[in-house]
Design a protein around this ligand. Sequence first.
Ligand SMILES: [Zn+2]
Length: 133
Amino acid sequence: MSNNKRNLFSKGDIFIVGTVIIISLCFLFSAFNSANESDKAVCIKVNGEIYTEISLSKSQEPREIRLENNGHNAVIYIEKGEVCFSYSDCPDKLCVNQGKISKTGESIVCLPGRFSASIISLKNDSGLDAVVH
Ligand SMILES: [Zn+2]
């Protein structure tokens, strides 16, 4: 019966650790959101040139940006300060699989279509140029 005891103990441990992780994640998430809200934008590029820039905010209505280049099509989906490729006809689908980005400096690139989406900071004036690659 000592096995039973040990199992109960480890289950309880996992529960406590899990709860602590969830609480701290929630805390980090809300702290991050309130700190940087509306200071960010997504810079969408096609063929290395800026196609559009859209400022991000948590209360943003969903919107889709359709991109077309060199026979490739992609759709960038923006909602509540998060950006992702919701569709792409590229063969590898790396851009779609990368999921959502929302933090300054993060970016998604679709190589076949030469599309990219980068989160940039609007805090300083040189921020826009600094992220250009
Ligand atoms: Zn792609």
